[in-house]
Design a protein around this ligand. Sequence first.
Ligand SMILES: [Zn+2]
Length: 360
Amino acid sequence: MLHKIELPAYDQNLERIVQIQQKIISFVCDPNTPLTPGRDVFKRVFNDQIGSWLYQWLQRKHKEKTFYQELCDLVAHLRQYSSLRAQLIDAFQNDIDFFSHLDDASFVFFFNTRLPKKVGQMIAPVMIAFYDYVVQAGFPPCIGTFDRKEFLKTFWNTNKNLGVCPACDSPKPDINECDVDHFLPKSLYPFLSVCASNLAPVCLVCNRSVKRSADPIDQAQSAPLTNTFHPFGKPALDAIKVAVNRNTKGGEYQIYLEEMTGGISRRVASLKRVYKLETRWLERLKAEIESIRKTIKSARKRLLREGMSANDIVDALLNMILEDYDHKIGVEHYYILRSSYARYALCDTEEFSSLVELLS
Ligand SMILES: [Zn+2]
C-alpha cells in the first residue's frame, strides 16, 4: 500500500474476536472436548453468554454442513491424529503475530507452509465467518457494540489527515463507498480474518476490481514479510519512485514504479502486480497534466507583467508543485502524479519546452 496509515486501537474490539477464535482452536484441540459438544459444554468453556451465543451461531449453514458440524469433524480428525493439535495451536499463534515480524526475514506463515492442508480446510471457514458474519454484520451484545461502520469511523478518525485512498491515491472514499481490505486475503490467510493489522479501508475499485484476493507476498520465496510493503508498518511511498516519461516528443506518457535507489525489487514487483497502478493511473495522469497546462496558461498575463520570462514562469510553477509535496501528499488526491510529472518536466528539455510554448 502506498500511504502511511496509523493503526487504530478499535478499543480492543477486534482483539476480543481474535481471542474467541483462539479459544475455539484450543477447544477443538483439547483431548477432553466431546465429539459432539452441547450448549452446556460451550457455556462452561466460553462463559454463559458467549458460549450460548457461539453454540447458536455455529448452527449457521456453510455449504452442505453447519459450522458446528465442521468443528465436530475437526475434533474427530484431531482425535485420530493427535500430533496435529499442537501444530494447529502453533500455526494460529504464529500467524496472528505476523505484524511484530515485519522486519524478520526468517518469518513464515504456518497456515500456508506447515499446517496440513486438510486441517487448514477444516478450520478456515469458521475463521473467515467471524469476519463475514460478526465484523460485517455487527457484534452480538455479549461481545460488544462494534461493526463494520464503527470500524471505518474509527479508522478515518485516527487517520484524519489522510485525504485519499491509501492504496491508489484516488479521492478518500466515503464510508458508504469504502471497503475493508484484508491486506493478506482472508481466503489465503484465514487466521488473519479479523486481525486489526491486516485490515485497511480502501476504495471500491482497489478492493473489488483490482486487488480482489491477490496475494501481496510470494509464499514460494524466502523472507516473505521483509519483501513486501505493508499498510501500517511499511508504506511504499517512503521507499519508491513514481516516475513519468514519454518515449518520444508527443508520444504516449508512461508511468513506472521502482525502488528509490532504482530497480524493481520483489516488493515493488508485488506492488505493481497487486494494484496495477501504472496502467490505472494513465488516464488520470493526462488530466493532471492538462490541469498543470491550464495553470501555466492562466498565470501568463500576470507573470509576464511582472517581467518574468516564459522559462522562469514554467520553472517556478513546476517547482512550486514539488515544494508543496510534503504537505499535499496523501491530502490532495493524485498529488503523486502531479509531482511526478513536475519532476519529469523539469528534467526533460523537450517536455519543458512544450510547456514554455504555451506562453508564446
Ligand atoms: Zn483505491
